[in-house]
Design a binder for this molecule. Structure first.
Ligand SMILES: Nc1ncnc2c1ncn2[C@@H]1O[C@H](COP(=O)(O)OP(=O)(O)OP(=O)(O)O)[C@@H](O)[C@H]1O
Ligand SMILES: [Mg+2]
Length: 281
């Protein structure tokens, strides 16, 4: 399986000729995606484009369908209808492993790091490198170190430090580094700054920008509109399972986003908006 063999510390991103990178079609595209749970329609015909090398922020009120959408993209749920396209090709992901094989990695809010393990062990959890029946600690340590350095994560004192001893921001950085280490092309983050203080939030936002500059597509869920406007190149607003609006961040301002989140519509127009853009689906 390619995801397991992916070499580390080798993120180049934006390589022309790789699917979805340097090409014009979005790396990920949702077309009319439906997902229901019994009588609850969590997603009703959702369209979304997530381009490589950009940060797309997904916002919406509680219960809008953000997590369900992310789980459909991450292979945790299969949509009931519609299409998911990856670099222009329809794909059916039946498990997170299949999504990972395409280059889709998700950083969930609880981070799912193991406190009693160190940074290297966490980054290789379930994907350990073995050499002649024993774990190849040197290679794993080198790769983990290179990945963190490549993301300019410099506040961690030792990569052999147990994760329990890290700050919230450092834990988030380790979780992100783990996600990008496997040749990821799309990194999804569910509320990455929710539990963080000011300085740590700034560090994570910087990390998000760095990922996109490396050519990675980033899809970030956030309730914090300050964060959203700081990092997002594109915005998508879900309202009760429908895509209320999506487009370049310049076409939105805070009040427009609040209108869309609470009512699904807006009569305002952002100063940076061009005529005829940013209407919902
Ligand atoms: N496993 C499930 N079974 C039944 N209903 C579900 C399930 N998962 C989600 N839902 C429903 O789907 C809708 C969307 O939920 P989702 O978790 O995606 O919301 P959200 O936008 O992530 O909200 P929040 O901001 O609170 O995290 C909700 O009405 C929720 O109750
Ligand atoms: Mg959610």
């Amino acid at each position: 399986m390619s995801a397991v063999e992916a070499p580390t510390g080798s993120r180049r991103g934006g390589t022309v000729g790789e699917p979805g990178l340097g090409t014009r079609e979005p790396l990920l595209e949702l077309r009319g995606v439906w997902k229901s749970f019994g009588p609850v329609h969590a997603l009703e015909g959702v369209d979304l484009e997530v381009p490589a090398g950009q940060v797309t922020a997904l916002v919406g009120d509680n219960g809008a369908g953000k997590t369900v959408l992310v789980k459909c993209v991450a292979g945790a749920w299969e949509p009931d209808g519609g299409q998911i396209l990856w670099a222009g090709q329809p794909v059916h992901m039946r498990s997170p492993r299949e999504a990972a094989a395409l280059g889709i990695e998700t950083v969930y809010q609880d981070l799912a790091l193991c406190d009693n393990l160190d940074i290297v062990q966490n980054m290789f959890l379930g994907r350990e490198r073995v050499r002649r029946v024993v774990l190849d600690e040197n290679t794993m340590e080198r790769s983990a170190g290179q990945t963190l350095a490549g993301l300019s994560v410099t506040t961690v004192r030792s990569i052999r430090q147990p994760v329990a001893s890290l700050s919230g921001g450092q834990r988030q950085a380790v979780a992100v580094a783990r996600a990008v280490m496997w040749n990821s092309k799309l990194v999804i983050m569910d509320e990455p700054t929710a539990a963080l203080g000011v300085a740590q939030t700034a560090m994570v936002l910087e990390l998000i920008e760095r990922l996109s500059h490396q050519g990675i597509a980033v899809l970030v869920i956030s309730h914090n509109l300050n964060d959203v406007f700081e990092v997002a190149d594109r915005l998508a607003v879900l309202h009760l399972g429908r895509m209320a609006a999506a487009g370049p961040a310049s076409e939105f301002d805070r009040q427009i986003v609040v209108d869309l989140m609470t009512t699904g519509a807006t009569t305002r127009r952002a100063p940076g908006a061009t005529a005829g853009s940013s209407e919902g689906g």
